[in-house]
Design a protein around this ligand. Structure first.
Ligand SMILES: Nc1ncnc2c1ncn2[C@@H]1O[C@H](COP(=O)(O)OP(=O)(O)OP(=O)(O)O)[C@@H](O)[C@H]1O
Ligand SMILES: [Mg+2]
Length: 274
């Protein structure tokens, strides 16, 4: 039997595409996860800059930074997002500033509203292959983590009819390296995990492809750099063990327990009633 060929979209980082055997399969919903400052947003901007170059329809939803901040950040790597907006190649939906006279804004962090706005933007940009970034999805369920999975499923189910290849960002807490509610990781076709570690008093960043359906992807952890004028560069494959970039299990358990106590307002020693 002949193998069905998979069309892949370049991430905009050539060295990273190689780890993915060419790129992200068209139509995939990929979770981009990691702690603050690890490179998730910049990775997403590479993906959008590549889409602009290739003539795709591009939509970037920003919940953590303003539209201006995304444009300013992208300009540091040589990408003119303001011009792409003027040329109707890109829509940035701003869910942070919520400007009243702005058509591309979300007035509430509501998942149904998000999906409708994305479809509206896609119709505006026109028919054809599209790239979508939601940075971040976590913002939509921060106050109700139990809904994470249901919301993720809803977003994927509705938007998969619109020819999107999507990067959905999920933030992991610095303390526990865990997400706020587990949602997209299970629904996603792929997981790209960014990590950080302070080694010898210096911040180092890493990336590993944890999952990519239909792809014989690379399984190693790579050190990355973020360079002015250039963006993310893939450096050497590391020999680090998993334990070198995550907290020891014992410490992690303590932190999780403390967070749970905070959430349920239990004092130490007090247990929940059966
Ligand atoms: N022009 C630049 N040159 C070099 N490094 C930069 C430049 N701009 C940003 N950075 C680095 O990139 C980091 C931000 O990366 P990014 O915004 O992708 O993080 P993130 O994973 O999205 O974090 P968060 O979860 O907080 O949004 C900065 O903290 C800084 O270290
Ligand atoms: Mg970010």
């Amino acid at each position: 039997m002949q193998k069905i060929l998979v069309e892949r979209l370049s991430t905009g980082i050539r060295e990273f595409d190689k780890l993915l055997k060419g790129g992200i399969p068209r139509g995939f919903f990929v979770a981009v996860v990691g702690e603050p400052g690890t490179g998730k947003s910049i990775f997403c901007q590479h993906f959008i800059a590549q889409g602009i170059k290739e003539g795709d329809k591009n939509i970037y939803v920003t919940t953590e930074e303003s539209r201006e901040s995304i444009i300013a950040q992208a300009s540091q790597f040589g990408w003119d997002f303001a011009r792409a907006i003027d040329d109707d190649k890109l829509v940035i939906i701003d869910a942070l500033m919520r400007g009243k006279d702005d058509p591309w804004t979300l007035v509430e962090l509501d998942v149904e509203m998000l999906v409708n706005k994305i479809i509206e933007a896609k119709k505006y940009l026109g028919f054809g292959r599209a790239r979508l970034v939601v940075d971040s999805m976590s913002a939509f369920w921060l106050d109700k983590p139990a809904m994470a999975r249901k919301y993720s499923y809803f977003v994927k189910r509705i938007l998969s009819r619109w020819d999107f290849t999507a990067l959905l960002v999920s933030q992991y807490a610095v303390t526990t390296s865990l997400g706020f509610g587990f949602g997209i990781e299970h629904v996603a076709d792929g997981i790209i995990r960014f990590k950080r570690s302070i080694i010898g008093g210096r911040l180092r960043r890493f990336v590993i492809i944890e999952k990519m359906r239909q792809t014989p992807h690379d399984l190693n952890l790579y050190e990355i750099g973020i360079e002015d004028g250039k963006g993310i560069v893939i450096k050497a494959r590391t020999g680090l063990r998993k334990e070198d970039t995550v907290l020891p299990r014992r410490v992690l358990d303590k932190i999780i327990e403390a967070e749970l106590r905070k959430e349920y307002e239990l004092s130490p020693g007090e247990e929940e009633e059966e």
